[in-house]
Write a protein that binds this ligand. Structure first.
Ligand SMILES: [Mg+2]
Length: 119
């Protein structure tokens, strides 16, 4: 399964990607914002995206994907900042399938990923 990881923090992308790799995901692409994310959607089957990013934030990115006939139903996990409850509600309203709150541990991330791809 091809996974796209979108976050403006290189460190956060490394943490997410290393967690995914440890769980057997080996087809992973990354992007630094929503614009780069949209440009790298080819063949992607699961999206993990940060909320706060320059150029195009995570919520706008999600809205763009949901508007697209190709990616309207793709599983999306939003990574939000601690305590951002209104963000979570907003993200879910716009079609995010699941969310992870920072800081998170590997087990939490992977259990959300597995729950999301199992539908
Ligand atoms: Mg960010």
């Amino acid at each position: 399964m091809k996974v796209l990881v979108v976050d403006d923090s290189v460190t956060m992308r490394r943490i997410i990607i290393n967690s995914l790799k440890s769980s057997g995901f080996d087809d992973i692409v990354e992007a630094g914002d929503g614009v780069e994310g949209l440009a790298n959607m080819d063949g992607v089957e699961l999206v993990l995206t940060d909320w706060n990013m320059p150029n195009m934030d995570g919520l706008t990115f999600v809205k763009e994907l949901r508007k697209s006939p190709v990616y309207a139903d793709i599983p999306i996990i939003m990574i939000t900042t601690e305590g951002a409850k209104t963000e979570v509600v907003e993200a879910l309203k716009h079609g995010v399938n699941n969310y992870v709150v920072k800081p998170f541990d590997k087990e939490t991330l992977l259990s959300k990923v597995n729950a999301t791809i199992k539908g």
